[in-house]
Ligand binder design. Structure first.
Ligand SMILES: [Fe+2]
Length: 321
């Protein structure tokens, strides 16, 4: 029985596409093989992360499927993405695979590993280098998100909006866009250190709870402190200050005016629009137009110049829709 199966490491499956041409099995303590992923449905990264959290290191493949496994492992999305001679559509699919897997891993495990961070960062880097339709790709990623995972949707939504805000404000250098996208994707990961029923602002009622909640940007940085593969102060500052307000009434440090970093001002706008439209801010789900109106009325919060061009665009597109 043993010889009919070949082990494949869970880690190597992370760098694969989701579609499978074979079934994957788990080896149970009883010695029996139990089907974990079926070829008809393919890999599910959320479930893969759950298995990893439980300590699973290997899956097994039937003997007759060995050649298919080899073929599967040779088609790495990251390698596909990096190869500039691949057609755009192929690279786009590869980008989705890398980012989706990275985000699931980051959000399921709570603590992204160095590998996750590096992979997500590389994916952004390679995409920005050559994909003119990068925004289109991010939108596609939003489509593939599981509908019930608000945080995942929020990460991606924040990245899309922040990317648009940055572009509208002439911030088009690859470096700035990378910082914005990376900070946006991971800015709220620290919230996962809070109890499950207190991860949204309106769920925190007592002074102690509110004070603790307002440390979530610090928690994100703490979560990342061992994983950041680059000593980039700008990414850290962008994340740390995304809840600061220009009038100094924000958190966690109440920094004011010029002390609020330019990229954090952009992330603050992308973050707010995403939170309001997902009902994460006060429990009410705003339309995009309502959210923008709410933000424009919030005197002293945002950089008015940055917000106004974005507001126009969103309001125009809402009218057109
Ligand atoms: Fe957020």
């Amino acid at each position: 029985m043993e010889g009919e199966y070949q082990p494949v490491t869970l880690n190597s499956l992370k760098d694969c596409f989701k579609d499978l041409a074979f079934d994957l099995y788990l080896l149970m303590p009883t010695g029996k093989y139990l089907k974990a992923f079926e070829k008809t449905t393919g890999l599910d990264f959320a479930r893969l992360a759950t298995y990893e959290a439980k300590g699973v290191k290997h899956f097994y493949v039937r003997q007759e499927d060995f050649p298919l496994l080899d073929e599967h492992l040779s088609r790495s999305p990251m390698l596909t993405l990096m190869n500039a001679s691949n057609p755009f559509e192929k690279r786009k699919k590869a980008f989705l695979a890398v980012m989706e897997q990275s985000l699931f891993e980051a959000f399921s495990a709570g603590t992204p590993t160095q590998q996750t961070v590096t992979r997500a960062f590389d994916a952004l880097r390679f995409s920005l280098q050559s994909d003119k339709d990068f925004l289109e790709t991010l939108k596609l990623l939003l489509e593939v998100c599981p509908r019930n995972d608000e945080f995942l949707k929020h990460s991606i939504g924040t990245a899309i909006y922040s990317y648009i805000v940055a572009n509208l404000n002439g911030l088009t250098s690859e470096r700035s866009l990378k910082i914005i996208l990376f900070a946006a994707f991971f800015h709220d990961i620290g919230r996962l250190k809070l109890p499950e029923d207190r991860r949204l602002a309106h769920q925190n009622k007592s002074i102690e709870e509110i004070v603790e909640f307002r440390r979530h940007p610090n928690l994100t940085l703490e979560t990342f402190s061992h994983s950041f593969p680059f000593a980039d102060e700008e990414i850290r500052t962008t994340i740390l200050q995304h809840k600061e307000r220009l009038d100094g009434k924000g958190y966690p440090n109440g920094v004011k005016g010029p002390a609020v970093f330019s990229l954090a001002r952009i992330l603050a706008i992308g973050d707010s629009l995403s939170e309001l439209t997902l009902g994460m801010e006060d429990g009410h789900i705003y339309s995009k137009a309502q959210a923008i109106a709410h933000m424009l009325a919030d005197e002293g919060h945002y950089d008015k110049k940055i917000l106004s061009t974005f507001a126009q665009l969103i309001l125009q597109s809402s009218k057109a829709a």
